[in-house]
Design a protein around this ligand. Structure first.
Ligand code: AR6
Length: 190
């Protein structure tokens, strides 16, 4: 179990953790969904969240489309719903960039997903939040590059924020957690 022990290490003064598992099982105040701009579901994390969370999430997403986002949620932005039957309280939906489709702005847009999700959590008085590896599945973002961008964005946010208690990076595969542990830009706890 050395891999798992390794993956449970904490960083950034204990405010950032790494876990291996299914993000739908996280008990953080919010979990982040790697959604698409329709907000109406899909595969990967999105499919797992809607399956486990039930219809309440989809209905709130439809309402968001009717009201705030008639043309869909833009890449890099974030929107919040409750979490239906999930153990977390809220789902923050964000749309990652598709690798190679944003004329060199992929890193900026991926960083915006993390920063805007964290800001939305704080705005809603949420202190703990779990992220999947946004864009690294169907959207094709290379894992190592995504780790650098996501960890830098979280480190920068936390350096200026005193409200959030815990940010969890959740990986479904041990291999991906190892890539994170090797490449992240967070300060390590001693
Ligand atoms: N828990 C944690 N991580 C997971 C889980 C899970 N249950 N399932 C997959 N992953 P993806 P994207 C990992 O494709 O690349 C959807 O169809 C997975 O191994 O979920 O942002 C949406 O509707 C990968 O590393 O998200 C969009 O259309 C990472 O989560 C599109 O896919 C992200 O993979 C979004 O693509």
């Amino acid at each position: 179990m050395k891999d798992l022990e390794e993956a449970l290490k904490s960083f950034a003064g204990g405010r950032v953790r790494v876990r291996v598992g299914d993000i739908t099982q996280e008990r953080t105040d919010a979990i982040v969904n790697a959604a698409n701009s329709t907000l109406l579901g899909g595969g990967g994390v999105d499919g797992a969240i809607h399956r486990a969370g039930g219809r309440a999430i989809l209905e709130e997403c439809r309402e968001l489309r009717r009201t705030r986002y008639p043309n869909g949620l833009p890449t890099g932005e974030a929107a919040i719903t409750t979490a239906g039957n999930l153990p977390s309280r809220f789902v923050i939906h964000t749309v990652g960039p598709r690798w190679g489709r944003h004329a060199g702005r992929e890193a900026e847009l991926l960083a915006a997903c993390y920063t805007n999700s964290l800001a939305l959590a704080v705005e809603n008085n949420l202190r703990t939040i779990a992220f999947p590896a946004i864009s690294t599945g169907a959207y094709g973002y290379p894992h190592r590059e995504a780790v650098i961008v996501s960890s830098e964005a979280v480190a920068k946010f936390l350096a200026e924020d005193n409200f959030l208690n815990e940010v969890v990076f959740v990986f479904i595969l041990v291999r991906d957690a190892q890539v994170f542990l090797k490449n992240h830009k967070l300060g390590k706890d001693d």
